[in-house]
Design a protein around this ligand. Structure first.
Ligand code: C2E
Ligand code: CA
Ligand code: CA
Length: 551
C-alpha cells in the first residue's frame, strides 16, 4: 500500500467529519489496498472522541505482506493516538504522511543522478503547459538533445566517467537556459529543454547551436579529457490546439536527422521529416522480418591490378531483396539497421555468402579468390566474432576485413586492438576503408598496421580535373609507401582515372569503369568472359590504347 492511498483514506475520514451531523452512531470507512482491506470503525461525532467513547477497530482481510506491515503499524500508531487526542493526532500523522508522500513524488519525477526532471517530470510539465496554452494561447518549443560519442566514453573509461559527464552536462544545460526554461534528462544521454516562449525559429536554432558549442568543450575526468558534443532536434508550436507530446515526438524526429547530418548539428522539425519517419518505421518492422527470412545477400565488385587489369579480389556488398520494393542498396537500410542494432547480423550473413561464393569464383577462373567484407564497429567489438572467424575455412590472405577509418579515432580502445591483432594472427587481412575521411591519427594507423589503405572515392572522382585531389592522392600513396602497405583506389569511374592512378603508382583499382557490383552468377559469367582484361581490346580503349600497350 502506498502512503498516497492511506492519505486519501484519511481524507475520506475528515470528509465524513465535516458532512455528518454530531450523533451517537458508528461509522465505518474502508480502504482497499493491493493485498488487503483496512477498515476503521469510528464514532461519527468527532467532538466526543476525547470522552473516550470511541474505539478504533482495524480489520485486515487478505494477507499482509512486506511493506504492508509498515503501513499497518503506522495506522495502529495513528489509532492509539486517536484515543488520546484523536483529531490532533490525525492531523500530525497526516503531516508526516504528507512529507513522505512529497519525497516519493519528488523521486518519481526526478532523475537521481542529475537532479533534473525525468521523463515523468517532463510529461507532467508538458501537460501543465499545454493546458495553459489552451486557455491563454502562446507558443512552446521543445529541444531534444542527445550526446554524441557518449557511448564511447562509457565503454572506454567506464560508467563512473559516464556519470560524471552526465552530471556536468546537466550543470551546463542549467547554465545555458533561460529562467523560464525547463530541463529534463529522459534517458541515458538524452536531455530535453522546454522553452515556454518562442520568439522566432531562427533564435531557437541559435540557442540550440550555443548549447552544442558548450558541449564541445572537453570535460576533465581523472587524467582524461572526455570529448563528446551533442546533436539537437527542435520542434515548436503555437496556439490553443497545441499538442505538447507531439512536439516532443517531432523534436525526436528532428534529432534523428541532426544525427545523420554528421552530428554536432541542430535541426528544426519539418513536415518532410514526418513522412520519412513513417517510412523508417515501416522499414524497421520489415528489416526484422527480412533477417528472419534470409532476404540479405551479397553482390560482388571486382578489384583489379592497375597494370594488367587482372582480377585480384572482390568486395562483397550487402543487398536486401525486399519483398515489394526490389533489391535495395545499403543506403536504403543501413541507418535503420544501425538504429536497430542489427548491422552485425547483416555483416555476418554477408560473410557467410562470401565464404560460400569464393568456391564458385575459384571454379570460374579466379585462381586465388580474395574477398573483402565490410565490418562494422559493433561487430568488431563482438566477443563472438573471433570464435566465428576461427571456425571459417579460408586460406591466409583470402579474407579481408574492411574497417572504416573513423573506427580508429579512439586509440585508447584495447578491446578493438586485441580483436584486430587476433584476426590478423588468424590470417585475415585488414584494410582501412574510406581512407582520408575518418580523421584517424597517423599514430593509430602505425599501431594498427593495416595491410592496405583504400582511398575514398571522394578523392578519386575529381582527380582528373583537380590538382588538389591529385596532390592529396599522391600524399596518401606516400603514406602507404612509408607504412609499407598496399593501396586500393575506389570509385574509379573512367578509363582516364585508370590511366592516371596507374601512373601515380596505385596498385589496385575498383570502380564502375572496371566493373559494377554483381550478383554471384553474373560475376561468374564476367570471370569466364575474361573480366576487366577485356577492356584492353574494346573500342573504348582503342581510343587511348597507349594506356595499355599489349606486350
Ligand atoms: P563502401 O564500402 O565504400 O563500398 C563501395 C560503394 O561504392 C558501394 O556502394 C559500391 O557500389 C559503390 N561504388 C563502386 N564503384 C563505384 C564508382 O565507380 N562510383 C561510385 N559513385 N560508387 C561506386 P554500396 O554497395 O551502395 O555500399 C555503400 C556502403 O554501404 C559501402 O560503402 C559500405 O560502407 C556499406 N556496406 C555495404 N555492404 C556492407 C556490409 O555488408 N556491411 C556493412 N557494415 N556495411 C556495408
Ligand atoms: Ca568497403
Ligand atoms: Ca569505401
Amino acid at each position: 500500500p502506498s502512503y498516497v492511498s492511506i492519505e486519501s483514506w484519511l481524507d475520506t475520514i475528515s470528509h465524513h467529519k465535516n458532512v455528518h451531523p454530531p450523533g451517537e452512531s458508528w461509522e465505518r470507512v474502508s480502504a482497499r489496498l493491493p493485498n488487503t482491506t483496512l477498515t476503521l470503525h469510528y464514532h461519527r461525532n468527532i467532538d466526543d472522541l476525547t470522552n473516550s467513547k470511541l474505539s478504533a477497530v482495524y480489520q485486515t482481510i487478505g494477507s499482509l505482506v512486506g511493506g504492508l506491515a509498515v503501513a499497518f503499524g503506522a495506522l495502529c500508531l495513528l489509532g492509539s493516538r486517536l484515543m488520546l487526542n484523536p483529531y490532533k493526532a490525525l492531523q500530525a500523522s497526516r503531516e508526516s504522511l504528507k512529507e513522505s508522500n512529497e519525497a516519493l513524488q519528488y523521486s518519481a519525477f526526478h532523475d537521481a543522478l542529475t537532479g533534473l526532471a525525468n521523463r515523468r517530470g517532463l510529461e507532467a510539465h508538458l501537460d501543465k503547459l499545454e493546458m495553459e496554452r489552451r486557455q491563454n494561447g502562446g507558443g512552446l518549443a521543445v529541444m531534444h538533445l542527445d550526446l554524441d560519442r557518449f557511448k564511447q566514453i562509457n565503454d572506454t573509461l567506464g560508467h563512473a566517467a559516464g556519470d560524471h559527464v552526465l552530471t556536468e552536462v546537466a550543470k551546463l544545460l542549467r547554465e545555458n537556459v533561460g529562467p523560464e526554461d525547463f530541463v529534463a534528462r529522459i534517458g541515458g544521454d538524452e536531455f530535453v529543454i522546454v522553452a515556454p516562449s518562442v520568439s522566432n525559429v531562427e533564435a531557437l536554432k541559435t540557442r540550440a547551436q550555443g548549447i552544442i558549442e558548450a558541449t564541445r568543450r572537453p570535460v576533465p575526468y581523472e587524467e582524461h579529457q572526455c570529448r563528446f558534443g551533442a546533436s539537437i532536434g527542435v520542434a515548436c508550436g503555437e496556439g490553443r490546439r497545441l499538442d505538447a507530446k507531439k512536439l516532443l515526438v517531432n523534436a525526436d524526429i528532428a534529432l534523428y536527422r541532426a544525427k545523420r547530418q554528421g552530428r554536432n548539428a541542430a535541426v528544426l522539425f519539418s513536415q518532410e521529416d514526418e513522412a520519412e519517419v513513417r517510412l523508417r518505421k515501416t522499414l524497421t518492422d520489415e528489416l526484422r522480418s527480412a533477417l528472419d527470412h534470409g532476404e540479405f545477400f551479397a553482390v560482388y565488385q571486382p578489384q583489379v591490378d592497375a597494370k594488367t587489369l587482372e582480377i585480384v579480389g572482390v568486395e562483397a556488398l550487402a543487398r536486401w531483396r525486399h519483398p515489394t520494393r526490389g533489391v535495395l542498396a545499403p543506403a536504403a537500410f543501413l541507418q535503420v539497421a544501425e538504429d536497430l542494432g542489427v548491422v552485425s547480423e547483416i555483416d555476418e550473413r554477408i560473410l557467410d555468402c562470401a565464404m560460400r561464393d569464393s568456391a564458385v569464383f575459384k571454379e570460374a577462373g579466379f585462381k586465388r579468390p580474395k574477398v573483402s567484407v565490410n565490418v562494422s564497429l559493433r561487430r568488431l567489438r563482438d566477443d563472438q566474432l573471433l570464435q566465428k572467424v576461427k571456425k571459417l575455412n579460408f586460406e591466409r590472405g583470402a579474407l579481408v576485413f574492411e574497417l572504416l577509418e573513423s573506427i580508429f579515432l579512439d586509440d585508447t580502445d584495447a578491446v578493438l586492438q586485441h580483436n584486430i591483432d587476433t584476426l590478423r594472427e588468424m590470417g585475415v587481412e585488414i584494410e582501412i576503408d574510406d581512407f582520408g575521411t575518418g580523421h584517424a591519427s597517423m599514430m593509430s594507423l602505425v599501431r594498427l598496421g593495416p595491410d592496405k589503405l583504400k582511398i575514398d572515392r571522394q578523392f578519386i572522382q575529381p582527380l582528373i580535373d583537380s590538382p588538389v585531389s591529385q596532390r592529396l592522392v599522391a600524399s596518401m600513396l606516400e603514406i602507404a609507401e612509408a607504412l609499407e602497405i598496399g593501396v586500393v583506389a575506389e570509385g574509379v569511374e573512367t578509363l582516364e582515372h585508370v590511366e592516371l592512378l596507374r601512373d601515380m603508382g596505385c596498385e589496385v583499382l575498383q570502380g564502375y569503369a572496371l566493373a559494377k557490383p554483381m550478383p554471384t552468377d553474373q560475376l561468374v559469367h564476367w570471370l569466364r568472359d575474361g573480366g576487366a582484361t577485356r577492356l584492353l581490346s574494346t573500342e573504348a580503349l582503342s581510343a587511348c590504347d597507349h594506356l595499355f600497350p599489349v606486350s
